[in-house]
Design a protein around this ligand. Structure first.
Ligand code: V55
Ligand code: FE
Length: 479
């Protein structure tokens, strides 16, 4: 067997496939003694060469990465998520499932079996660690051993086959708010919204109808509202059946904002309003209300996203990078135009806040980015240009600050870890995986979250490469 010679499968993006344990990683500098817990994240790491050479990076098998930090020491563990898909393919010794989210391209031997790759993110809620993919149900993972416990359907209360990779945790109530779209795998415009109590009980499902069937990768939750930004990254099931890419960008459609109250029966009160312009929401920072206004802080691009899906009407379009915008809705007058304001004049993606302050106004914004003033751009990978920097925006002072990771180095999504014992917003560390591309190796850097340009307080050096990932979290020692 051999992987295709494409950007998705070669060089720094090549599948890693090894499940490793490295006890006592090298540490440059000093790990803060109070930093005690687990950095956990998910990645897409194809276990087998794909059935189709043009397969996309979003279709890799979920591989969990764990860096355990305690008493100044750090240890690495990586394990595949043991999905039904991986089990069937390992038994066969080859890929059986075909194109991204397209069951028509599978080997008939696996018709009707679970296609979930569980490859996008992780959440810790109700005492459970869940590996998430928006096209499948949660997979429960043991946070210490990373072994797979199995599909988690909330005791049968989750009837959907799909659960977002971007649920939101309410720091006040402890609730998890999540959603599913294309809930029975086939593209439709139904979105189910799930309210999961602090103890992990799925206590309520609300069902709404979006303007059209599209990728709903992320969403926003404020103290009182659930908000969807529906963007014309569209899925047409007839095109899927005909073997076309699962999504396409269609600039004939508008972008819509759906606002639903969090209260029981909220679905009946959902209101859809037109966004200020056509845009693709990539990921969200946060949503919050103040003085009758609802603020939506998010990254938006004017084009499609992820470099894997075609622009239907303009096939030669080059996708544009996202910028951070605040959309402000007047809750007393939904017919009034939605105001738009750029949060900071710098490209970025992979937003992060101090999640203890989610659903309220926040001061600190972190993100992955590039800054050609600090160092050269890196060669394009399958997702476009890799980040070279992490950014911090202080909304109180307006200051922007950057960590430049060095030549051939690519930081990934930053994760904020509060300083134990401190409740001040932004007081803590920013932890990020950094690819050392020239060395085919990976590091984890620990930065003072409010002093990025000071450089890392510690660099944890891995003797191996772990695959580029998507989203991660920090789980304290005590859970
Ligand atoms: C994204 C990732 C996915 C996916 C859809 O980063 C969107 C966005 C890793 O899988 O299936
Ligand atoms: Fe995401």
């Amino acid at each position: 067997m051999q992987f295709p010679d494409t950007l998705v499968f070669q060089g720094y993006a090549a599948p890693v496939r090894a499940e490793v344990d490295v006890i006592d990683l090298e540490v440059e500098g000093t790990l803060p003694p109070e930093l005690s817990g687990y950095f956990l994240r998910n990645s897409a790491d194809h276990a087998y060469p794909p059935r189709f050479e043009n397969d996309i990076f979003l279709n890799g098998d979920g591989m969990m990465h764990q860096v355990r930090i305690a008493q100044g020491r750090a240890h690495l563990r990586t394990r595949y998520v043991q999905t039904e898909k991986l089990g069937l393919e390992r038994a066969a010794g080859r890929a059986l499932f075909g194109a991204y989210r397209n069951p028509f391209t599978d080997d008939p031997a696996v018709a009707g079996r679970d296609r979930n790759t569980a490859n996008t993110s992780v959440v810790w809620h109700g005492g459970k660690l869940l590996a998430l993919k928006e096209a499948g149900r949660p997979m429960e993972i043991d946070p210490v051993t990373l072994s797979s416990v199995g599909v988690h359907d909330f005791g049968g209360k989750l009837t959907s086959q799909a659960f977002t990779a971007h649920p939101k945790l309410d720091p006040v109530t402890g609730e998890m708010i999540a959603f599913g779209y294309f809930t029975q795998i086939v593209a439709d415009n139904t979105i189910e919204v799930y309210f999961i109590a602090a103890d992990g009980t799925l206590s309520r499902t609300e069902t709404i109808a979006a303007p059209y069937p599209s990728m709903v990768h992320d969403f926003l939750v404020s103290r009182h509202h659930v908000v969807f930004v529906i963007c014309p990254m569209i899925c047409d099931w007839d095109r899927v059946r005909a073997g076309h890419p699962f999504f396409h960008w269609d600039d004939r459609e508008d972008t819509w904002i759906g606002i639903m109250p969090r209260t029981p029966g909220g679905a009946a009160q959902v209101q859809w309003i037109k966004a200020p312009r056509r845009a693709m929401q990539t990921h969200t920072f946060n949503a919050w209300e103040q003085d009758g206004k609802l603020h939506l802080d998010q990254f938006l691009t004017e084009t499609g996203w992820l470099s894997q899906f075609p622009d239907l009407n303009n096939p030669d379009t080059v996708e544009k990078p996202p910028f951070a915008f605040r959309w402000t809705v007047d809750l007393a007058d939904l017919a009034a135009p939605v105001a738009e304001h750029m949060l900071f004049p710098h490209i970025g993606e992979m937003p992060m806040i101090d999640l203890r302050f989610a659903m309220g106004k926040t001061r600190h914004f972190w993100f992955g980015t590039n800054n050609p003033k600090l160092g050269p751009m890196l060669p394009w990978g399958p997702k476009g240009p890799p980040f070279t920097c992490l950014g911090h925006f202080d909304a109180e002072t307006g200051a922007l600050d950057f960590f430049y990771a060095g030549p051939d180095s690519s930081p990934e999504e930053p994760c904020f870890v509060p300083r134990a014992g401190s409740s001040e917003e932004g007081d803590g560390w920013l932890v990020s995986v950094v690819g050392r591309r020239a060395e085919n190796r990976t590091d984890l850097v620990v930065l003072d979250a409010r002093r990025l340009s000071d450089g890392p307080v510690a660099v944890i050096r891995m003797p191996v490469r772990i695959h580029e990932g998507f989203h991660g979290i920090w789980v304290n020692e005590a859970g």
